[in-house]
Design a protein around this ligand. Structure first.
Ligand SMILES: Cc1cc2nc3c(=O)[nH]c(=O)nc-3n(C[C@H](O)[C@H](O)[C@H](O)COP(=O)(O)OP(=O)(O)OC[C@H]3O[C@@H](n4cnc5c(N)ncnc54)[C@H](O)[C@@H]3O)c2cc1C
Length: 441
């Protein structure tokens, strides 16, 4: 964990308590046990030394100043959804940012705090007729999502969340509050667009470019088990020359044989969508629904409020995914799935080094997901995830927002050729690795 060396027991919290009052929550304080919990319940055992409920940049500055002087681990926490629980450092200081949840629409720009949950984000901007491409799950935080990329249902049309970042305010470990953009500290701004949460500093505000909220047609195609190989071929054919308006997930659930279904959206009307869907095998059932932007975002908001235990990993598919292989990997398994999100379109038209997110030429983002339920241990879950991740044979690639503590050669997988430049930015803004963590740059 960076250069942190002190233990929680050595730490005198009086100074930070003076700055934050009851907003500094220590293990003996009321509410600590609930407040410390990460979304991924695998990491529910973690006990941070303190949680600082920050509401203004000065609070964040005080936390970073304190952590660097006391040499304790420190991490920002926006929405708690880190797959590896990195926003809850054991014996460290959690810089809790859920209080930074103000969202304001100014013309075509949207300003939002990193602690904004996606449901609140969409409700506020959707009510004002605007959209910003972002993720699906209701309780994901804008902070981690944006810094790692941000894949969502309008990504092929409007790009990743980070592609629409216009500027950000960030507190660096030396205590400075910077405003960064294409014109102000462009290297740091570049690094914030895909360089991953937990590196460089703690963001306190984002400003995004927004688009008129489009009407959307939702579709869901349900197939009988055993069609995985056929469906993957047809799905790739469809997306190889699909319009930017079309987005889809090809999701395969474990079973004997596994079942693959397709769900997605089209920015436009049913009649134009049907011509595209006819290129896929005939489903057993087909649901098609025209919705407003806000209804669509609510529909995809899924997820559990309180979290659950899981292990997951990811790959990026630069070539076609072999559906036969997917079927083999999931045959005989339970409670796990491989989910493939379509890439291309606007997000694929940037160069790999235009932002820190490198996987522009990928055809799809692939997620391997294992629920740790029904007596399954974490170790067993990790073995299954590794077999799916490595069995897909998609090279040293992955999505940093689906961060996997056991990802082989993770710097290359997550950042490709952008690693060296990202490390240079990290050395400049966090030379002492105050914010260091196991997969920190
Ligand atoms: C159920 C679920 C659904 C998801 N759906 C999607 C999806 O549709 N699309 C997608 O792209 N991803 C999705 N993700 C992945 C998600 O983008 C990442 O888990 C993301 O990192 C979560 O951000 P957070 O703020 O909620 O998490 P946190 O745990 O708070 O933070 C994640 C990481 O970022 C750091 N960090 C947080 N805030 C800041 C900040 N303000 N400044 C600097 N560093 C910060 C943390 O220290 C930590 O390392 C999903 C995850 C889950 C669990």
């Amino acid at each position: 964990m960076g250069t942190a060396t002190a233990t929680a027991a050595d730490t005198d919290w009086t100074k930070l308590r003076k700055r934050l009052g009851s907003r500094l929550v220590l293990p003996q304080d009321t509410g600590y046990d609930q407040l410390r919990l990460p979304y991924n319940e695998i990491y529910s055992y973690r006990r941070p030394a303190a949680i600082a409920k920050c509401v203004k940049p000065e609070d964040v500055q005080a936390c970073l100043d304190f952590a660097s002087h006391e040499r304790i681990p420190v991490a920002a926490r926006s929405g708690r959804h880190s797959y590896a629980g990195y926003s809850v450092p054991d014996n460290g200081l959690v810089v809790e940012l859920s209080g930074f949840d103000d969202v304001q629409v100014h013309g075509t720009r949207v300003q939002a705090g990193p602690g904004t949950r996606l449901d609140n984000f969409y409700e506020t901007i959707g009510a004002q007729g605007r959209s910003v491409p972002a993720g699906s799950c209701r309780s994901v935080g804008l902070g981690g999502l944006t810094l790692g990329g941000g894949i969502g249902v309008t990504a092929r049309k409007y790009g990743l969340t980070c592609d629409n970042l216009v500027s950000a305010k960030i507190v660096t470990p030396d205590g400075c509050l910077h405003t960064v953009s294409e014109h102000q500290e462009p290297d740091l701004f570049w690094a914030l667009r895909g360089g991953g949460g937990g590196n460089f500093g703690i963001v306190t505000s984002f400003t995004f470019r927004s688009f008129p909220a489009p009407d959307i047609t939702f579709f869901q195609l349900t197939y009988p088990a055993g069609m995985t190989a056929e469906l993957f071929g047809a799905w790739h054919d469809l997306f190889d020359d699909a319009p930017d308006e079309l987005w889809g997930i090809c999701g395969t659930s474990a079973g004997t044989p596994p079942t693959t279904n397709v769900v997605g959206t089209y920015i436009g009307r049913t009649k134009d969508l049907l011509a595209l869907l006819d290129r896929l095998p005939k489903p057993a059932a087909r649901e098609i629904r025209e919705m407003t932007y806000l209804e669509t975002m609510r529909f995809f908001a899924g997820g559990y409020e309180t979290g659950f235990p899981f292990v997951a990993s990811s790959r990026m598919a630069y070539d076609r995914i072999d559906g036969t292989k997917v079927a083999e990997l999931l045959t005989g398994q339970t409670e796990c799935r491989i989910q493939v999100d379509s890439f291309g379109g606007a997000l694929g038209r940037l160069a790999p080094d235009d932002t820190a997110f490198p996987h522009r030429a990928a055809k799809a983002s692939v997620q391997c997901y294992v629920n740790v339920v029904g007596g399954r241990t974490e170790a067993e879950g990790r073995r299954i995830v590794a077999s799916l991740r490595d069995g897909l044979g998609l090279g040293t690639t992955g999505y940093v927002n689906y961060i996997d503590p056991e990802m082989p050669d993770w710097p290359t997988a997550y950042y490709g050729r952008n690693v060296a430049r990202l490390k240079k930015v990290r050395r400049r803004y966090d030379p002492d690795r105050v914010l260091g963590f196991a997969q920190g740059l």
